[in-house]
Write a new protein. Structure first.
Length: 291
């Protein structure tokens, strides 16, 4: 199955593709009952994954969840400071339901949770800590190192050639001169909106690309006769709210001796570093000829 045969409006493999220029589209207006926000979506080809062509890529899924977390009972005095995504099962391409609630309300600290359901079961849970913002400009300290500016980086067609799927094909990638396996130094952006017909905030667009860090500079070859190394989680900490359409990655990969690895990244926008991400990997050997 190729991206051109994946569904856009109906969200089911094999139906005609209708490209709405987004990762997802709403199939019903969101509703709120007893403090729980429920939103229903359908998948579009730009959200298609890389390991299987009938599943979603975690990157746009995390962007969708970020959008719903931000839409739930917004409070201007609180900022999203940490995002935690736990993958519970296959992120099936097709119809999706997102339910969001406040787990721990508070005046200065709040915990909000979203759950993504596909094919009748929860397949992902996201939690976000919202923290009160105050003026600490006079004591700001950033120790994370800089990344080569976007203007000094070159287009990187290898990424789109290495990884299949509609999501990766929607990205523009640029790499720095010191980009290497296990030492990613690159930038990405996309012109695709997160939700059809809705403006995509910078935070949602950027959070909708962070999971790509796991594939920008892998240390292992992927595919039949080589390896699969999907991540089962995504953790993001934000010490500054990012702006702009470009996400910079300074990644480091570490592989253990018992089939488990981790991809770590310092995240950048065009103003500098703003946060960090971590992804734990399960490393699997793929036999030759495996479909």
């Amino acid at each position: 199955m190729t991206p051109s045969t994946m569904a856009g409006s109906a969200g089911r493999p094999g139906e005609p593709q209708h490209d709405v220029g987004a990762n997802f589209q709403r199939t019903a207006p969101p509703r709120v009952e007893a403090g729980i926000r429920t939103a229903e979506f359908d998948s579009v080809v730009h959200a298609q994954g890389t390991w299987r062509d009938d599943e979603l890529h975690m990157a746009p899924v995390s962007g969708l969840m970020t959008a719903e977390l931000l839409a739930h009972e917004p409070r201007p005095e609180l900022r999203l400071a940490r995002l935690s995504f736990e993958i519970l099962g296959t992120l099936h391409f097709g119809p999706l339901t997102v339910t969001t609630r406040t787990v721990r309300p508070g005046r200065t600290i709040e915990l909000v949770e979203s759950r993504l359901a596909a094919q009748g079961r929860d397949v992902l849970v996201a939690r976000a800590w919202r923290l009160i913002t105050t003026d600490t400009a006079d004591v700001t300290v950033i120790h994370d190192s800089d990344l080569a500016p976007l203007q000094e980086c070159e287009p990187f067609p290898d990424m789109n050639q290495r990884w299949p799927g509609g999501y990766i094909q929607s990205l523009q990638i640029r790499v720095a001169a010191d980009h290497a396996a296990g030492h990613g130094r690159c930038w990405s952006t996309t012109a695709v909106d997160m939700i059809a017909g809705e403006q995509t905030p910078d935070l949602v667009r950027l959070m909708g690309m962070v999971d790509t860090a796991n594939g920008v500079a892998p240390v292992l070859p992927a595919g039949p006769g080589a390896f699969a190394f999907p991540n089962v989680d995504l953790q993001i900490h934000l010490y500054r709210e990012p702006v702009g359409p470009w996400l910079g990655y300074a990644t480091t990969s570490n592989l253990g001796s018992d089939g488990i690895g981790v991809t770590s990244a310092v995240l950048h926008d065009e103003h500098g570093p703003f946060g960090r991400s971590e992804q734990i990997q399960t490393i699997r050997r793929i036999p030759s000829g495996h479909d």
